[in-house]
Design a protein. Structure first.
Length: 393
């Protein structure tokens, strides 16, 4: 038996291929559950299209020995060999019977990792996105490191997908516009994992959140594409309605009047049939409609809409929605010639955006007040400069 480490070009090439998520599929998980090295080797070769000779080069064994292992004629019993094979095949060592103190730490990470993601989402919704980032980043870093070392257990990858999504969304709140591509980067990375799961609800969520971060980063065409996909594959009405407000926002920002109107009508039509959330509720749709009317050039309609009383809240919405609505309504007031009313709304928005550390919203105030409200523009600029200093620190 050749016990070299197989570090030649072929072995390295095969190792790179193992960075795909083949071990995360339901079929693969069933194979891993057998704890049978023979079955795992056969499955690995079939999925990767390799011969016993190539697999032997990857593992540092000769072809005959690989054949004997697959047929169950030979067995690996020593911990060192089992750990070596697990590493080269990119499977968790415990499926081959290797355990060590790190396993307990890993189980604790999975147990508490899901709670960390849930609590971070609550923090973000409550206006504490910076705290959410601080909680999520250590978890994501650990999961990323484990994935880079070839750990592709299904529960790890599912947690990684959710953690990446939450981190990207939280970053989308706390980063200024010129850095929002970073938020979209993390939500995009979640899609790479999600594709390994046959889970329409999870895929819809990933596309929805990624599409919204693309919109904020100014990649409007890509945003509309991802959000349209999400709406098309949503498995339930609740999942679909969660996409529609974001699709309407992206379509409005793109200036796609027909898509904006059609999507918003669908959202209103289904509003009474689903549970309301911080995005799916009359208050949020009021702001989305107002912003979309402005973006699609229907100024008079926007002014009339802003003059109507906003609907009473049906749920407690996230604090950042208050800031978003203040800015959009302030913009409509300016279009109507009401500078005093706009100045009051935007000044309040600056104060709340500063308190909640929302640089993107301060940049919206800057654009809205530029050349029209010098004092408001200066206040927003000052608040933004302070946030930039804190972010860079």
């Amino acid at each position: 038996m050749d016990t070299t480490t197989g570090a030649g070009p072929l072995a390295l090439r095969r190792s790179a291929r193992l960075l795909s998520w083949h071990w995360a599929t339901p079929e693969a998980q069933a194979i891993l559950a057998t704890r049978s090295l023979a079955a795992i080797l056969r499955y690995h070769r079939r999925v990767h299209g390799t011969s016993q000779l190539e697999t032997g080069e990857l593992l540092g064994y000769d072809k005959t020995y690989v054949s004997a292992l697959e047929l169950g004629k030979r067995h690996l019993n020593d911990v060192g060999s089992l750990r070596h094979v697990a590493e080269r095949l990119a499977v968790p060592a415990h499926v081959l019977g290797v355990t060590d103190p790190a396993d307990a730490d890993h189980r604790a990470m999975l147990q508490f990792g899901a709670s960390t993601v849930r609590l971070a989402e609550v923090a973000r919704q409550c206006g504490h996105a910076a705290d959410a980032v601080a909680e999520l980043w250590p978890l994501v870093a650990r999961l990323e490191a484990r994935a880079r070392h070839g750990s592709t257990e299904r529960d790890v990858l599912r947690l990684l997908a959710h953690a990446r999504l939450s981190l990207g969304t939280a970053l989308g709140n706390v980063l200024p516009e010129e850095r929002l591509a970073t938020a979209a980067h993390w939500t995009a990375k979640s899609l790479n994992v999600v594709r390994a799961f046959d889970d329409p609800a999870l895929t819809t969520t990933a596309l929805r959140m990624h599409g919204n971060e693309l919109r904020k980063a100014g990649l409007l065409g890509a945003a509309v594409d991802r959000l349209t996909q999400a709406a098309a594959i949503a498995p339930t009405t609740q999942d679909r309605v969660a996409v529609l407000p974001l699709l309407a926002r992206a379509a409005g920002a793109l200036g796609h009047t027909t898509l904006f109107d059609h999507t918003l009508r669908d959202a209103y039509r289904l509003l009474d049939t689903v549970e309301h959330t911080s995005l799916v509720n009359p208050t949020a749709l009021y702001e989305i409609r107002l912003r979309g009317l402005i973006s699609t050039g229907r100024t008079r309609d926007a002014i009339r809409h802003a003059e109507s009383a906003p609907p009473a809240p049906t749920i407690a919405v996230a604090p950042q929605w208050r800031v978003i609505e203040l800015i959009t309504t302030g913009r409509a007031r300016l279009l109507a010639g009401d500078k005093d009313g706009a100045a009051h709304l935007l000044a309040t928005a600056v104060h709340e955006a500063r308190a909640q550390r929302l640089p993107h919203q301060l940049q919206r105030v800057q654009r809205t007040s530029h050349h029209a409200l010098a004092d408001t523009h200066e206040a927003a600029t000052h608040a933004l400069d302070r946030l930039r200093t804190e972010i860079a620190a």
